[in-house]
Design a protein around this ligand. Sequence first.
Ligand code: ATR
Length: 275
Amino acid sequence: MDRYCVVGHPVEHSRSPWIHARFAQLTGEPVQYGKLPAPRDGFAATVRRFRDEGGRGCNVTVPFKFEAASLADTRSERARLAGACNTLRFDPDGVFGDNTDGAGLVRDIQAQAGVDLARRDVLLVGAGGAAAGVLGPLLHTGPARVVIANRTVDKARALADSHAALARSASVQLSATGLDAAPGAFHIVVNATASSLAGGAVPVPGSVLRPGALAYDMMYGPAAEGFLAWAREHGAVPRDGLGMLVEQAAEAFLVWRGVRPDTAPVLAELRALLA
Ligand code: ATR
């Protein structure tokens, strides 16, 4: 068996072991996947120990995704743009770092929810690590424009600046605003803020939603409920981040094994399990 794990602080509630166990069954790949808690000041030592004991790679979750990017010897373009890694692969010549969050979001929106991003107007709410992790792959889908709205406008501007070259080459209008200043209405609104975790209300006005817009929260479970209720009240199509969770895992499985598992049955099972 080839060993993988998810490293985080905390990791007790992670669904990743369940998801990867299903992927291993479905693909026949000899993958064993566990949880590996790391102390806040011990991420690199924990990962190195796991690798020295024969581990083949790991997923990385809060709060270590930025540290994972520095630990990697080489990085994918999407990890470099995000400035963070959620997937490490231990190669004979060093540690390869990738970020599959954005690909997971895009795939869930396009392949599972059936919403095309090309030539659409997208509002990305938030400018922290979660938003940075998905912006590159979002731009690659060729939307007409992407507006980043954030409480701290300077952070939104910095995120837009770091992706300006990619936006230009993909012919996407990319801009940054405050939460109340998003211009116009959007086909797709993605919530990448932590406001619900802090018990806060949805941080943007309902006017940002076009009728029938897709309103996507990157969280799932109770943390997404407020945003999804807000979406329904305003005539939008609500979607939580459970599909993104499964899709980013499938993309990591592909990075490690060269095989992409079928995600639809796994998402359906996981939804039933959590219902
Ligand atoms: P993550 O890695 O999960 O993105 P983060 O880097 O701390 O975490 O970013 C959290 C995001 O949620 C930021 O966009 C933050 O806004 P600021 O950049 O202004 O801090 C946003 N956020 C957190 N609490 C919020 C609230 N109560 N209202 C609006 N935005 C909030």
